[in-house]
Design a protein around this ligand. Structure first.
Ligand code: C2G
Length: 128
């Protein structure tokens, strides 16, 4: 059983997120999503349109997602990986290189972002 983890806000869930989650799940057999809390979003300088509970429900509706846990800090990744017996950490390549420090704990894999869609675009009414 190969276990994969990814992190994010996943606000106004869209096909860019879904494609990432689909590819992340395809890297293994079980996908954990660490979902940024509203408090952590504030640290990231983000304000989500949907609450954490709503964003969690949206993710849990996807066949690709097996477990949703809270992402509360930048630092928790090094604890999450052993705690959840993670084999692969993956993120979109807008984070390319930023999490290579995890490579002593698990495989680190960046995937191409989906162009042409973002939560910001959706909030702005899909005007680019
Ligand atoms: N993503 C994507 N294509 C898009 C938009 C997002 O592939 N058009 C990917 C991002 O690369 C990221 C994931 O979807 O891997 C979630 O994106 P966000 O919700 O914007 O997450 P972010 O704010 O980058 O949070 O500790 C890591 C942070 O919590 C990441």
């Amino acid at each position: 059983m190969k276990r994969v983890i990814t992190y994010g806000t996943f606000d106004t869930l869209h096909f860019g997120h879904i494609r990432l989650l689909q590819r992340a799940r395809a890297l293994g057999d079980y996908l954990i999503v660490a979902l940024s809390t509203d408090e952590f979003n504030a640290i990231k300088g983000k304000v989500a349109f949907h609450s954490w509970e709503e964003r969690k429900a949206h993710l849990e509706a996807l066949r690709y997602v097996d477990l949703v846990i809270p992402e509360k800090t930048w630092e928790q990744k090094r604890d999450d990986i052993p705690l959840y017996r993670v084999d692969i950490f993956t993120m979109g390549d807008d984070w390319q290189g930023k999490f290579d420090f995890l490579s002593d704990l698990c495989e680190v894999h960046y995937m191409p972002r989906t162009e042409g869609i973002s939560s910001t675009m959706i909030r702005n009414g899909l005007r680019a």
